[in-house]
Design a protein around this ligand. Structure first.
Ligand code: SF4
Length: 208
């Protein structure tokens, strides 16, 4: 089976407790206004075989504290997502999955009930809402503990104050970040301007 992946990274320290593997799936049909990951919207690109992806993940899984899967929209690739989750669960690490779908849409799905996801964050990003809670881009988003592991590992973490922290990966051409920036990209863009740095952030490239 193949899967469309935007990127994978380890360690990610801003999307859940501990040092985590971050897996961003490629392709999103939801298109929230103000999304900071528009480069992940395009479908049918960045295809990798599940076998190759597992090989990469195997190098990090023994030492990671957990895994965070985001996107893009993970549930727009439901079958590959399911196979990926089954593989990850063989390592006994907590798994957080983000989705921009509402819980009403997701709740009947098998993946909500089979114990493969420990914590789900649902609902689309809404840039008009306030942002006061850890791990959430906007306060309309909802956290669901789908297993006791999820509840045990995330309850205290989520009660801690929101932190202004991002993981950055810098190349000569780009700065790639993981985490939830406060106020979307506005605060980062403003701080950059004040320091005479011009930032061009990711744009949607939608090809039919
Ligand atoms: S915030 Fe997430 S669900 Fe919304 S458009 Fe961006 S990638 Fe898609």
């Amino acid at each position: 089976m193949d899967i469309h992946i935007s990127r994978v990274h380890y360690p990610v320290t801003t999307l859940g407790p501990g040092k985590r593997i971050g897996i961003w799936l490629q392709g999103c049909s939801i298109h929230c206004e103000g999304c900071i990951s528009m480069d992940t919207w395009q479908f049918n690109t960045n295809k990798v075989s599940m076998k190759d992806l597992k090989q990469v993940l195997k190098t990090w899984l023994p030492q990671c504290d957990g895994i965070t899967i985001s996107g893009g929209e993970p549930f727009d690739q439901e079958k590959p997502l399911s196979e990926l989750l089954e593989f990850l669960n063989s390592y006994d690490k907590n798994i957080l999955v983000y989705s921009g779908y509402s819980f009403d849409v997701l709740k009947e799905k098998k993946l909500m009930q089979n114990g493969l996801i420990d914590v789900l964050i649902s609902e689309p990003y809404d840039h008009t809402q306030s942002q006061t809670k850890r791990l959430l881009g906007s306060d309309n988003q909802k956290v669901h503990f789908l297993t006791s592991v999820g509840k045990n590992e995330f309850t205290t973490y989520l009660e801690e104050p929101i932190e202004k922290k991002l993981d950055l990966h810098i190349t000569p051409e780009t700065i790639w970040m993981a985490g939830i920036p406060v106020d979307g990209m506005n605060e980062i863009t403003q701080a950059s301007k004040e320091n005479n740095v011009t930032l061009t952030h990711s744009q949607a490239v939608i090809k039919k």
